[in-house]
Design a protein around this ligand. Structure first.
Ligand code: ATP
Length: 659
């Protein structure tokens, strides 16, 4: 028989906060389960704590939370074998703490313009009234001589406390669900909620006699105790049917704030949406949200994994969160750990670093563009694929520097690294040092290995080193590098030709005694007339080459500044950049084809009948063909196909023009 002990009124200022909660938090009713299970876990750990004190005489059973659904009674109950509550504690913690903290929460929430509070944290026990029209508590405190208590309340400010028949220590919260909340009577729905919010909570949660949560949260363990397989297993669990991650970073710090977590670097797709995060935010192993853009620095958003912190204020608005000092420091800490991990990989396993660079690189560049500290931290580990042939087997020299635990590369270390396909990689610093004598502070780069094959080859043949800057982010990264290295100029291989590629001594001889014109001038004239394209500037030079036939007879040049402007405009209009009408055609006077053309046209000039001779028409056509080939070398074909087409066509024309 139960005895009524007390009937009373809860003293809060808002007469009835229930309708407000119902209104404001409409879409998030489901969080009640997370809140109640969190309280149950807390009660269990509190019991654990007191059990360690010397005057504890009771018993601590195996921690367990049980969820029971009664479809007929339309109730769902959450039971724990934790610390329990005495009548006084119920009055204090439930009637006062729970109700007043809910009131405080609602007041804050109501006044909040963006109403976007992560996971509606801070609502606690009271959230049960979002789904129920009555809530009962049956509880028995662990304390000696405690009696079991029954508390009931219908969400208004009045409550009743009576004796309970409960005999086991712990607490059961029974929710009498409202008509419209019947979905929570479905086991599958509850199962789904446990999976979402409570999967990693450290106590078994039983539903229909079976444990419904995973419990083990690897990010709370020490990194030394975890194998690669365990890291991968968590990744597969959190992101099923996804490609394996490239590497991961384990976060764990207790001071000056608590952060645990594991962040994974996924393979990045070019279409990755860098504004949408996929990192899951937890608070003490309780899932909070999987969009935490306000907490994670923007450039880290492409990462995946878990960040778990009790120091992130969750019952504040998102805009407040962004400006919160602790949150900013946590973000800095995470960024630093990510940088450290990359640094460590660069030094300990360069082969793997290079293997992952395709994806890491995009991420690192994005980070450098967005975050000053990260930029500085990672600057020496930004690498570029290069055309240089660098030996990979040079022994690596490392010395330990004085500050922190960083290992620094010793001067003279050959940082060359080669991937499985034999491509070499270099840092910009090394590139500049290596090429200091040949072209100081000038970097040659290619953005497309295929369409720029001719140009890359031209540079390579003259021993000029070209860097590949061919990822989608490089359009932004080149100007960034120029800003960082203000003395250094970046020229795309097809923008202009370095003096070292040109034989200044050739082409100056007078070839036409009647007009006193040089070979270069004659060729220019010939092409200008044949092409008749005012927007195309004809320039003549003798390209240096060991094998004149192997060098291109003509190439199209797109001046760097002009091309960049055009690309920028296209990007702003969200179009792909058109091939610019205004460009330069550099005709290589050292090429036999050009010499032959000149001879042909020279022959044509002595024609006296006024019309175009067959030789002159042929010369004209070949000029255009040479131009077309030069244009084609900028587009279409694959690298080999392109090269052989161009080479074959040129030698054919050479034969054709033989006198
Ligand atoms: N299952 C339980 N066992 C023992 N005590 C409980 C239980 N549930 C709630 N309590 C007590 O009621 C208090 C109020 O709970 P409530 O969930 O509203 O707030 P909280 O847990 O303190 O904070 P929050 O949930 O906002 O993090 C708790 O601090 C705790 O003392």
């Amino acid at each position: 028989m139960t005895t009524m002990l007390e009937k009373g009124n809860i003293s809060i200022h808002t007469e009835n906060i229930f309708p407000i909660i119902k209104k404001w938090l409409y879409s998030d009713h489901e969080i009640f389960l997370r809140e109640l299970i969190s309280n149950a876990v807390d009660a269990i750990s509190k019991l654990n704590m007191v059990s360690r004190s010397s005057d504890f005489t009771g018993e601590v059973g195996e921690p367990e939370i049980t969820i029971a659904i009664d479809k007929d009674a339309k109730t769902i109950s959450i039971s724990d074998n934790g610390i329990g509550m005495t009548a006084d504690e119920v009055k204090k913690y439930i009637n006062q703490v729970a109700f007043s903290s809910a009131e405080e929460f609602v007041t804050k929430y109501k006044d909040n313009a963006d109403q976007n509070i992560i996971g509606h944290f801070g609502l606690g026990f009271y959230s049960s009234f979002m789904v129920s029209d009555r809530v009962d508590i049956d509880t028995l405190s662990y304390q000696d001589g405690a009696t079991a208590i029954h508390w009931t309340c219908d969400g208004t400010t009045s409550f009743e406390i009576s004796d309970s028949e409960r005999t086991e220590q712990g607490t059961t919260i029974t929710l009498h669900l409202m008509e419209e909340e019947a979905e929570y009577l479905e086991t599958s729905r509850i199962q789904q909620l446990i999976k979402t919010y409570c999967d990693f909570m450290p106590v078994p949660i039983k539903l229909d006699g079976e444990v419904a949560n995973k419990q083990n949260a690897p990010w709370k363990q020490s990194p030394s105790g975890l194998s690669d397989d365990e890291y991968l297993e968590l990744y597969r669990y959190l992101y099923p049917f996804q490609e394996e991650p490239l590497l991961w970073v384990h976060l764990n710090t207790d001071y000056p704030f608590v952060v645990n977590g594991i962040l994974y670097f996924p393979k990045l797709r070019p279409d990755v949406d860098v504004t949408k995060g996929q990192i899951k935010l937890f608070c003490n192993q309780v899932f909070v949200s999987d969009n935490c853009e306000e907490i994670i620095p923007q450039f880290l958003l492409p990462l995946r994994g878990v960040v778990d912190s009790t120091d992130i204020p969750l019952n504040v608005s998102r805009s407040f969160l962004q400006n919160d000092r602790t949150v900013r420091r946590i973000a800095d800490y995470i960024a630093k750990k990510v940088g450290d991990r990359l640094k460590e990989l660069y030094r300990s396993d360069k082969t793997k670093y290079i293997e992952c660079w395709q994806d890491l690189g995009t991420f690192v560049k994005f980070g450098s563009l967005n975050n000053d500290k990260f930029k500085q931290q990672i600057a020496d580990f930004v690498i570029f694929r290069t055309t240089a042939e660098l030996a990979s087997d040079q022994p690596k020299v490392e010395v330990q520097s004085g500050e922190d635990d960083a290992w620094q590369s010793a001067d003279g270390e050959n940082a060359a690294a080669v991937d499985a396909k034999g491509n070499a990689y270099t840092t910009l610093k090394e590139y500049l040092e290596r090429n200091q004598d040949k072209h100081e502070n000038r970097v040659f780069y290619a953005t497309d290995e295929v369409s720029q094959a001719t140009y890359i080859d031209l540079h390579k043949r003259q021993g000029l080193e070209v860097l590949y800057l061919d990822s989608f982010i490089d359009t932004h990264f080149v100007p960034f590098l120029e800003q960082e290295y203000s003395d250094v100029k970046f020229s795309r291989v097809d923008s202009d030709l370095d003096d070292t590629l040109i034989d200044e001594s050739a082409g100056g001889d007078i070839v036409d005694p009647t007009t006193n014109k040089t070979k270069g001038e004659r060729v220019k004239e010939l092409f200008e007339q044949s092409l008749n394209k005012p927007k195309v500037t004809i320039r003549t030079d003798a390209l240096k080459s060991d094998d004149a036939q192997g060098a291109p007879p003509a190439i199209v040049l797109l001046p760097e500044e002009m091309r960049r402007m055009q690309e920028m405009m296209a990007m702003m209009q969200q179009q792909t950049a058109q091939f610019p009408e205004e460009h330069t055609l550099l005709v290589n006077t050292a090429h036999p084809l050009i010499q032959n053309l000149l001879d042909m046209s020279q022959g044509a000039i002595v024609q006296t009948d006024g019309g175009q001779s067959p030789t002159s028409a042929m010369a004209n056509m070949i000029c255009q063909h040479v131009y077309d080939l030069a244009l084609m070398a900028q587009k279409g074909f694959d690298a080999d196909g392109m090269k052989s087409f161009v080479e074959r066509s040129n030698s054919l024309l050479t034969d054709l023009t033989k006198a």
